[in-house]
Ligand binder design. Structure first.
Ligand SMILES: [Zn+2]
Ligand SMILES: [Zn+2]
Length: 321
């Protein structure tokens, strides 16, 4: 099969088609999304070599459990050991032995085929298009905030960062009843959020008084975004670190302690609530797709992302067949 392979450099390669182990399904990938984590992997983050990619929709073509064959599916990305004490507590996403699709010791989805345990799969409801289903994983990551904290209706929340993740978090928290303000630096991305009824402000806006939000979210994964979120959170408030932060963060620890701010790290989430939001169209994702490249042009898709402020770039596997 054809795949994008990263081995210090990203290239299209012919590789053996994977074989499903017992309890696994062989999935034909239809679309895959490129996310910030994939771009970090190409910079050497996590030392991953192999086929990257973890956001996808596909169709099961082979499986020992025949009810899955032919089904359109998305897949949770953490593969837990099922035996350790974390797994026993239902925290498989924190299992120390876990592998992670396209990120840690497990070939990913920038390929024609991928295998995953049936336990990781979710059937995609007919109302969700292939392209929209590709967003299940990032929407689940946005929903994770609601699993971690209670957000009473009407709570003012400031989200720093108007990238794809910030735009998804804004929609998810708004739907949950929060009073969302999205703070960014790209006019067209802020316009998109405004069209969904989200209050938007530019980073330099004077309305942004320090300590004016009980909850702030950093969706930039940058030191700058984190400091902005810390500046905006009120005493006894909560700062959610939603983007994967790489390396050491420098921030005002005095403010954190003196204002008794709760710092909440937040990573990936479970798929069921995300599929529900997508099915009911409470979250719209089509406007977030900037461009679709065929798998053959995967390296060009990454270059395109480096050169533009594109939101989401998808890879289409079926192209030319
Ligand atoms: Zn991702
Ligand atoms: Zn485990």
């Amino acid at each position: 099969m054809k795949a994008l392979y990263f081995d210090d450099k990203l290239a299209v390669r012919e590789v053996p088609t994977p074989r499903p182990a017992p309890g696994e399904a062989l999935i034909k990938v239809l679309f895959a999304g490129i996310c910030g984590t994939d771009r970090e992997i190409l910079k050497g983050y996590s030392g991953f070599h192999g086929i990257p990619g973890h956001e996808f929709v596909g169709r099961v073509v082979e499986c020992g459990h025949s009810e899955w064959v032919g089904r359109r599916v998305v897949g949770e990305i953490n593969l837990a050991c099922g035996k350790c004490s974390w797994c026993a507590k239902g925290l498989g996403r924190h299992c120390p032995q876990r592998t992670v699709l396209g990120i840690v010791n497990r070939p990913g989805v920038f390929a024609e085929y991928v295998t995953l345990p049936v336990a990781n799969l979710h059937k995609v409801p007919d109302e969700i298009s292939d392209q929209a289903a590709t967003f299940t994983e990032p929407v689940a990551a946005a929903c994770e905030i609601l699993e971690q904290m209670t957000l009473p209706a009407g709570t003012p929340v400031a989200i720093v960062g108007d990238g794809r993740l910030g735009l998804l978090v804004a929609q998810v928290l708004k739907h949950a009843g929060a009073q969302v303000t999205l703070i960014g630096r790209h006019g067209w991305k802020l316009d998109l959020a405004r069209s969904w009824g989200v209050r938007v402000l530019s980073e330099s806006d004077r309305e942004l008084a320090p300590g004016s939000f009980p909850v702030t979210v950093d969706a930039t994964g940058s030191a700058r975004g984190l400091s902005a979120a810390l500046r905006l959170v009120e005493p006894r408030g909560t700062l959610v670190m939603k983007s994967t932060f790489h390396g050491a963060a420098h921030f005002d620890a005095t403010k954190l302690v003196v204002d008794e701010v709760t710092l909440l790290g937040s990573r990936c989430g479970v798929f069921a609530p995300a599929l529900d939001l997508l099915q009911r169209q409470h979250v719209t994702v089509h406007h977030l797709i900037t461009r679709i490249f065929p798998l053959d042009q995967g390296p060009e898709a990454f270059e395109y992302l480096d050169q533009t402020s594109a939101l989401k770039v998808l890879l289409e596997m079926d192209e030319g067949k």
